[in-house]
Design a protein around this ligand. Structure first.
Ligand SMILES: Cc1cc2nc3c(=O)[nH]c(=O)nc-3n(C[C@H](O)[C@H](O)[C@H](O)COP(=O)(O)O)c2cc1C
Length: 445
């Protein structure tokens, strides 16, 4: 069965989404919307809801874009674990995926936050492990420069190892609460980590009991060599950035082929591209929404938006001139830059044509049409082994999610591609991912 997830911010994923007449008018710091999205996604049997994150206010150097608020910039947003802890209280089954950075956090504090989320959600915590894509976050942590990619990944590897070690602090039955003997806990069922490494010294143990899932479900989004290798070693799911099914298949084969050397099987890492879905009862209805949203964006907004997506100044170049070749690396998010540049070179696009293509997709793939047309595309990617599921990006909220749940989910279920009910005692079991055993205690946890 395919894995499906969606975003939990109420803004919509098209740059013009929040201005559409069917969007929520009050999205700032709105926890009720987040709860509604999670419950609606749960009605559709989605596996997870997701919130991306950073630690800075972005785009202040692009005044038009800053004022218009691009969906991935989040100038006013809840801290993810805090937010999903609230959402956990109103949902039962859906996974709660919070982004947190290994570049600026501390492993003890973060391991504790995710362990807490896993307990209070009864086994639904997920961590999107990032090394921080926005270089401007560094100045909020006493650093003038964002560390280079190899240094960030080196710290990330050690960070994750420390977290796993901390999550293995306690055996599952350690807290016996035996009133008769007066033993609250069994001291033989706890272990001190004593980690001393290049980046961290952490003694442990963690002051949270063994998590229901063992470890939270772990996501990664890096597409570089280092990112792919890290995902193959440590992640349960990988966000992928590919604009054609052929590119999707190539990435799928590449990343899955890396798992064996870490003693893992290919099904232990799920590949999840983003897809923007424009669906209506008919293809014409879907197209109408698409055109309405596109008409809300002028070049004054489209160019800085594209510029942000590809990490390159473009406003000095002619709007109807060719999109420059941007295949070079940057010390930021390179995946969208490379994928958008490849698309523009392949299809010989101008700057205007490139931003018009990128707007509806946010750099991901677009599925547009009737429910059967959208399901056909999703089926082709899934059965063609270009992915294991999708991060469904909804252009206008709340309308888009309800339409997806009512129109596309039944079509996927009818084809046997998506589950009809939740199963398992926790998210890992429901998703068919292994529940890690605690290696330090003989009995299975
Ligand atoms: C779907 C998706 C979601 C992402 N979410 C975040 C995020 O919330 N915060 C962040 O700092 N980076 C995020 N990133 C960026 C990645 O974590 C990573 O830093 C980026 O892809 C660069 O890594 P690479 O150099 O290995 O490709 C995201 C990337 C993708 C594709």
């Amino acid at each position: 069965m395919m894995t499906l997830m969606t975003g939990i911010l109420g803004l919509g994923h098209h740059l013009g989404g929040w201005r559409h007449r069917d969007s929520w008018p009050d999205t700032v710091m709105n926890i009720e919307h987040a709860i509604w999205i999670a419950k609606e996604a749960e009605r559709g049997k989605f596996d997870l809801v997701f919130i991306a994150d950073g630690n800075a206010v972005r785009q202040m150097d692009k005044p038009a874009l800053f004022a218009a608020n691009s969906p991935s910039d989040r100038p006013a947003v809840f801290e993810p674990v805090t937010m999903l802890s609230a959402v956990a209280m109103f949902t039962k089954h859906i996974g709660l995926l919070a982004t947190a950075t290994t570049t600026y956090e501390e492993p003890y504090l973060l391991a504790r936050k995710f362990a807490s989320l896993d307990h209070l959600s009864k086994g639904r915590a997920c961590w999107n492990i990032v090394t921080t894509s926005f270089p401007g976050d560094s100045v909020n942590f006493g650093k003038a420069e964002h560390a280079p990619r190899p240094d960030r990944y080196e710290r990330a590897e050690e960070f994750v190892e420390v977290c796993k070690g901390l999550w293995d602090s306690w055996d599952a039955g350690a807290f016996i609460e035996d009133r008769a003997t007066g033993r609250y806990l069994d001291p033989t069922k706890v272990r001190t980590l004593n980690h001393v490494g290049k980046h961290f010294s952490v003694q442990g143990p963690l002051n949270v009991a063994r998590c229901p899932q063992g470890y939270p479900v772990m996501f990664m989004a890096g597409q570089s060599e280092l990112g792919r290798e890290f995902a193959a070693k440590s992640a349960d799911c990988l966000f992928s950035v590919t604009d054609t099914i052929e590119a999707g298949k190539a990435l799928y084969v590449d990343v899955k082929g890396r798992l064996a050397k870490y003693g893992r099987t290919p099904d232990q890492l799920r590949i999840m591209p983003g897809c923007s879905v424009y669906v209506g009862r008919t293809a014409a209805e879907a197209d109408e929404l698409y055109q309405e949203l596109q008409s809300l964006i002028s070049p004054e907004l489209g160019v800085p938006y594209l510029s942000k997506m590809v990490n390159e100044k473009l406003d000095h170049l002619p709007l109807d001139g060719p999109m420059p070749d941007l295949s070079t690396e940057v010390n930021a998010i390179s995946s969208f830059r490379k994928s958008i540049s490849a698309m523009a070179q392949r299809d010989k696009l101008t700057i205007r044509q490139t931003y018009e293509r990128v707007l509806p997709s946010m750099g991901h793939i677009v599925f547009k049409g009737s429910p059967t047309q959208v399901a056909d595309e999703m089926e082709a990617w899934y059965t063609g082994k270009a992915c294991d599921g999708f991060n469904v990006l909804v252009p206008v909220l709340p309308r888009g999610l309800t339409e997806f749940v009512d129109l596309v989910i039944p079509e996927l279920q009818k084809r046997g591609l998506f589950k009809k009910e939740y199963s398992g005692r926790n998210l890992r079991e429901g998703m068919g991912l292994p529940v890690p055993k605690n290696p330090y205690f003989a009995r299975a946890s």
